[in-house]
Every structure is written in structure tokens, then in C-alpha cells.
Design a protein around this ligand. Structure first.
Ligand SMILES: Cc1cc2nc3c(=O)[nH]c(=O)nc-3n(C[C@H](O)[C@H](O)[C@H](O)COP(=O)(O)OP(=O)(O)OC[C@H]3O[C@@H](n4cnc5c(N)ncnc54)[C@H](O)[C@@H]3O)c2cc1C
Length: 432
């Protein structure tokens, strides 16, 4: 049997291991002490803290679903939940407030408009509705022939200026922390809902809720959150934890590192590490482009908040830096052993504890700090040539039996299912 090394025990590396462990003698190398990468969780106050995000599972790919169902018993070990997301407004943007979820936080009203906001324009106050109607009429007249070139154009041209100014701009600027004109859109295709204006109008007339986006329903683990997925995927795998691979040598017939020789390597770590790690000349022409790849990190703050019925709460308000609350205590009762409700408040990039505490004071639902975690690489940002550059590198290294797949290897905005799908595609493409 040929020897294969997989670097990284996140969803991608663990999927490759699952799919190929009958064919190769596989060793997985992981720098952390537990499997899962971005989907790792730990217990805090007997409640479940997702160290990053609040991972839920679903997929539109039949082959990925079938892979998942071969490993997991969905009906026994998972709960199927309907997404119940809301956008909080704090400046009287909502009409008929008595009909909608609202409460007083300190001195102002907080009002929730269900997500996605474009389906619920009829809930906004009259002036915003009029302005939205004017946008629609204007959009009809000035039909755009070219494709939007950046994220701002994409949002304005699809949803109109009113919704852009009210929600899409402030919310997305908090996440991406940059002018939305600077974000290209091509790579977000398929990852963002792209309703037509006629769909939006139909949904408003008929009060249709979201039903077509990836996580409008999702599977969530009864116990252990996404750590359950990682642990189960890692069962029976030969994983060397606490092992950071930072030097890989090319030999005449394979690769050597950590004192061992391998015929094949599958790299599922971060492409930014490759120029320093990989001792082979093929990587050199790519080093500069790789160095320029951009990304964001996330500070996840585990809190106890007031009880509420939501799964995700979006926060466009400029009064604080956090952009979303993930009510993980509502995902499974096993997650929630605090008195009120356990949840994660999410900030883009690094935020220190003092700033976190200052921000929490201004936020709705009275969050009380429990702990926090900063993850440096969470959101990859592509530029125009990123995909072609990485595809070129992959082709060259594959000839040396060095393969690559993963969110930060491909620099793609993968969900767990896309990461599993990409791992499968890589195996099929190179007939591993
Ligand atoms: C905030 C946030 C929320 C999300 N929410 C969802 C969600 O609800 N549903 C969903 O499906 N997806 C979600 N995702 C996406 C999901 O997290 C990823 O698709 C998936 O976890 C990517 O797995 P990966 O294995 O490609 O990468 P990673 O999880 O980054 O795994 C890489 C692994 O490699 C290890 N490693 C790296 N370099 C080395 C090295 N040199 N030596 C040894 N080990 C190394 C790392 O320690 C890590 O364990 C979310 C992502 C974020 C950031």
C-alpha cells in the first residue's frame, strides 16, 4: 500500500482520509490537540461554545449528502431545524411594531425584521417602502447591461439603494471592514442568494418566507455541536496531533517530513504557509501572489443573552462593532446549560477583551461575557486572478504527487459541505 500524508485534520483533511483510507496507508498531521479546525467546539459553563461561528450542516450536493449519511445517522443524532433569522433595527425603521418582534433596550426600541430583509419590505415604515418602490421603478428604467463589477454594484443593482443603505452596506462593511467597491463578486457566485426583483416583489406581496437558500433548514447535532462531526469523521484515523508541519522536502520518489517518507501528500492547511514549507522550486514563482492573498479573522465571543426564538440575529447598527449573534443555545437544548441563553457574538478580526466588553454594553439582549476566541483565518478574499493562480499551482504540484484541497488551500468561501465536495472532486480529478 502506498503511504499518504494528509496535512490538517479539518473537515477537508478528514474527508480525504475517510474516502481514501481503504486504498492508502494514511497518516494525518494536525497542529492542534483536537480534530475539526474551524468546526472545533469546547464546553464552557457546561454549555457548548463553537470556537468559530455556529456551524450547521446542509447541502445541495446529492453526492455530499450521501457521503454524510454513510457516516452519520441523521434522524438519530441530528435535529432538523428551520432557520429563524432576524435583522435588528434600532431607529424606528419598522412599521406596525406591535405586529413584529420588538423590545426596549435601554432607551430605544429594537425591532426585528425577518431575514432575508428583501422579502419583508412590507414591514418597513412607509417612507422606506416608498423609497424602495422608487428604486424598483428606477431599476426598470436603467437596466444594467454589464455584470456588476464589485460587491457594492451587485447589492445596489439587485436590491436597490434603499435596502443597500439601510442594511446591506452597514452590515457588510462590518463583516468585510472595507469599501464594498473593493470586493470582487465573481467568487461569491453561488454562495449568495440571487433573487430576481420579480421574485422579491412576489415574496413581498404574498408574504413568502425564505425557502431557497442553503441554510433555510439545516441539520444540527443533538449533542456536541460540530465537534461531534469532527470526532466522528476522525474515528479510526491515524492522526498525529500537536504536530505542525513547517518543512516538507522533495525526494526523487516522494516527500519527506517529520522524519518520515511519503509517496503522496494531500495538503489541507493554509496556502500562505506553502512557500516557506515546501522545499521545491515549483512553488517559487507563486510565492509573491500567495503572499498578497487577503483574508479576515473572527473574534467569537461566547455569551449568555436574553431568551429569544431566533437562530441568527443580524446587526447592521453602527452603535457597536459586532455584526451577528448566533443563538447556539437554541440549536440544541444540550448546548444550553446557562440560565438564559448561550450564544456567540461575532466580530470581524481581532478585538481585545476591553473592547469586547465595551461593545457588549451597547448591544441588545443584554449579553454577558463568558469567554472568547480569536481565529486569524476565517474569511478568504479573492482577487481577480486568485482562482487561476491556485489552479495553476495545483496542476504543477499534482505532477509531483502533492495535492491540495481546503478552505484556505483553495482560498474559497467553502461551507463544510463545499469542503467535503471539493475533497471528493480533487480525488476524482486526480484519480487518487
Ligand atoms: C465564522 C464561520 C462560520 C461558518 N459557519 C458554517 C456553517 O454554519 N455551516 C457550514 O457548513 N460551514 C460553515 N463555515 C465554513 C466551515 O468552517 C469550513 O468550510 C470548514 O470548516 C473548512 O474546513 P477545512 O478543513 O477546509 O479548513 P480548516 O477547518 O481551517 O482546517 C485546517 C486544519 O489544518 C490544520 N493545519 C493547518 N496547517 C497545518 C500544518 N502546517 N500542520 C499541521 N496542521 C495544520 C489546522 O490546525 C486545521 O485543523 C463557517 C466558517 C466560518 C469562518
Amino acid at each position: 500500500m502506498k503511504k499518504m500524508a494528509i496535512i490538517g485534520a479539518g473537515v477537508s483533511g478528514l474527508t480525504v482520509n475517510r474516502l481514501l483510507n481503504n486504498k492508502y496507508k494514511i497518516t494525518v498531521f494536525e497542529r492542534e490537540t483536537t480534530p475539526g479546525g474551524l468546526i472545533r467546539c469546547k464546553n464552557v459553563e457546561n454549555s457548548l461554545f463553537h470556537l468559530c461561528g455556529g456551524h450547521v450542516f446542509n447541502t445541495k450536493r446529492a453526492d455530499v449528502m450521501s457521503f454524510f449519511e454513510q457516516i452519520f445517522n441523521l434522524n438519530r443524532d441530528f435535529i432538523k431545524t428551520e432557520r429563524n433569522s432576524t435583522v435588528f433595527f434600532e431607529n424606528g425603521e419598522v412599521t406596525n411594531p406591535e405586529k413584529h418582534s420588538m423590545f426596549v433596550h435601554r432607551t430605544s426600541w429594537v425591532e426585528g425584521v425577518p431575514y432575508p430583509i428583501e422579502n419583508h419590505v412590507y414591514m418597513l415604515k412607509q417612507q422606506l417602502q416608498d423609497s424602495f418602490i422608487a428604486d424598483v421603478l428606477k431599476m426598470q428604467r436603467s437596466y444594467h447591461r454589464r455584470k456588476p463589477q464589485n460587491f457594492e454594484e451587485f447589492l445596489k443593482w439587485n436590491f436597490g439603494k434603499t435596502l443597500y443603505d439601510l442594511y446591506f452596506k452597514p452590515y457588510n462593511e462590518k463583516i468585510w471592514r472595507t469599501n464594498l467597491k473593493k470586493i470582487p463578486v465573481d467568487w461569491l457566485e453561488g454562495k449568495l442568494p440571487m433573487p430576481s426583483m420579480s421574485q422579491i416583489l412576489y415574496n413581498n406581496f404574498n408574504h413568502v418566507k425564505e425557502n431557497d437558500i442553503v441554510h433555510s433548514t439545516f441539520w444540527y447535532e443533538r449533542e456536541g455541536g460540530s465537534q461531534y462531526i469532527a470526532d466522528k469523521l476522525a474515528e479510526n484515523a491515524d492522526i498525529r496531533y500537536n504536530t505542525n508541519i513547517n518543512s516538507i522536502e522533495k525526494t526523487s520518489d516522494g516527500w519527506t517530513f517529520n522524519g518520515e517518507k511519503f509517496d503522496i501528500v494531500v495538503f489541507c492547511g493554509n496556502i500562505k504557509d506553502l512557500p516557506q514549507t515546501l522545499k521545491c522550486k515549483q512553488i517559487e514563482p507563486f510565492a509573491n501572489d500567495i503572499d498578497h492573498l487577503q483574508s479576515h479573522g473572527t473574534t467569537s465571543v461566547f455569551c449568555e443573552i436574553d431568551r429569544n426564538p431566533y437562530t441568527w440575529i443580524y446587526l447592521p447598527s453602527q452603535k457597536y462593532r459586532a455584526h451577528r449573534i448566533i443563538c447556539t443555545g437554541n440549536f440544541s437544548s444540550a448546548n444550553n446549560r446557562v440560565k438564559r441563553l448561550s450564544a456567540t457574538v461575532e466580530f470581524t478580526d481581532y478585538v481585545d477583551k476591553d473592547e469586547i466588553l465595551e461593545n457588549l454594553k451597547n448591544m441588545p439582549l443584554n449579553p454577558q461575557y463568558l469567554t472568547h476566541e480569536y481565529t486569524k483565518y476565517t474569511y478568504p478574499i479573492q482577487s481577480g486572478n486568485t482562482r487561476a493562480m491556485i489552479a495553476g499551482l495545483k496542476d504543477i504540484l499534482a505532477k509531483q504527487k502533492f495535492y491540495m484541497t481546503g478552505r484556505f488551500t483553495d482560498w474559497e468561501y467553502y461551507n463544510m459541505d463545499n469542503a467535503m465536495g471539493a475533497a471528493k472532486d480533487m480525488i476524482e480529478r486526480w484519480k487518487l
